[in-house]
Structure formats: C-alpha cells, structure tokens
Design a protein around this ligand. Structure first.
Ligand code: IYR
Length: 224
C-alpha cells in the first residue's frame, strides 16, 4: 500500500504490535535487562567481530532526527596505532582537566566513580566508536544547518549504548574535553564535531563498577 502526500510516497507502518499482557511483560523484561547496563571502565583486549559493531551502528542510525537529516557519522576504530594516538591526546587534555580545569565540587562529585586522567581503555578496547555530529551540510556550496543536531545525535547515542548492551558487550560514555583533537586525528571534514566517544568490548573478567542506585519512579516521574 502506497499513498502520495505532498508529492512524497508514504508506505504502510510495519512496527510489531502485541496484546496488552504481552506488552506489560515485554516492557518489564526490557527494563530489567537495561537496568543491568553499567558504565564499565575496565574493558578486555579480546577482539570483537566487526559485524557486531556494524550492527550496533546500524541500530543507532534508526534514531529519529530533525527533518530526517541523520546528522551523524560513526567512526569505528580498531587500528592500534590510531587508538594509541587517541589515548595520548585524550590523556593530555584529561590531565589538564583533572589538575586545574575542573572545580573542587566536580572532582568531589566524581569520587564515587574513581575516574582519573588515565584512560587505558582507549588503547585496550578492541573498538572505539567516535560519534560525530554533522552541524551542517553543503548545499550547492552553501552551508545548510541541520536541525536539532544535539537532540538527534544524543538519541542515536542512547540507542547505540542500548544496542551495545543488548549484544552483551560493555561500554562507557567518554567525553574528553575539549574534543577537537578527535576530529583532527580522524581527518573529519569541517562540518563535523566529535560528540561522544564510546570504547566497546567485553568487560574484563574481574571488572568492578561503583555501587550506585538509580532514582525510583516516584523520584523521577510525574503522572498527570
Ligand atoms: N571527562 C572526564 C571527567 C568526567 C566527567 C564526568 I560529568 C563523568 O561522569 C565522568 C568523568 C573523564 O572522562 O574522566
């Protein structure tokens, strides 16, 4: 079934539907599965098939985006030489951040996560995914800004993290600041900015994560 609207074809929506009881159990099971996701900072060197990385990137790119401009580029890095360069450049920035650029309050807030300027996972992870946002496209030599770029790319990153967890792999959101060294090292074009860096791999066998609790429904949801 096809219908023309504004001169563009619309096709039948084919999303799966379920009876209410099944929706309740599916949504609960999915919540419980996602509640096991944690930011893992100890990632094993064991290699991960490229096909999994391709699949999680394709999943992320199913995200909605402003005017369907899909304003993202996913840079997947397995090359050890490039990973080493990224680690060195990131640690240089992080060292400055942890030793002067971040406030006392910020450093104190990070104490439960036990983070510091050292980022071994940038070299040890079999894959790094650098998500870049495309701020504008070139339209007949004119800059054409994309719409809701941060929202669109942020949603895609959430779906990427979900897909990585679903595959049984571990990741963390790493945001070295400033991040412009990444676009340079990756040779990205002028219209792209690094948005988020995700190391991806198996968790180390003895990986630890901080003992944190999540807000309960009453604390974070309001029903009207
Ligand atoms: N970008 C730094 C610092 C950092 C900031 C926040 I907010 C975190 O939740 C975690 C770390 C780093 O990656 O270590």
């Amino acid at each position: 079934m096809k219908k023309e609207v504004n001169g563009y074809y619309h096709i039948k929506y084919t999303g799966q539907q379920y009876p209410a009881r099944e929706m309740i159990s599916r949504s609960k099971e999915f919540y419980e599965y996602m509640d096991k996701r944690r930011s893992v900072r100890e990632i094993d060197q064991k290699s991960v098939p490229k096909e999994i990385i391709e699949n999680v990137i394709k999943t992320a790119a199913t995200a909605p985006s402003g005017a369907h401009k899909q304003p993202w580029t996913f840079c997947a890095i397995a090359d050890p030489v490039l990973k080493k360069k990224i680690r060195e450049a990131a640690e240089k920035e992080e060292y400055e951040s942890y030793n002067g650029r971040m406030s006392e309050r910020w450093l104190n807030d990070l104490k439960p996560m036990a983070t510091n300027w050292e980022k071994p996972f940038l070299e040890e992870s079999p894959w790094l995914i650098v998500v870049c946002k495309r701020v504008y496209e070139m339209d007949e030599n004119e800059k054409a800004n994309n719409y809701y770029v941060n929202e669109s790319v942020g949603i895609a990153c959430g779906m990427l993290i979900t897909a990585i967890h679903n595959a049984g792999l571990a990741t963390l959101t790493h945001t070295p600041s400033p991040m412009n060294f990444l676009t340079k090292l990756l040779g990205r074009p002028e219209n792209e900015r690094a948005f988020l860096l995700l190391p991806v791999g198996y968790p180390k066998a003895d990986a630890l994560v901080p003992e944190l609790s999540r807000k309960n429904l009453e604390e974070m949801a309001v029903f009207y």
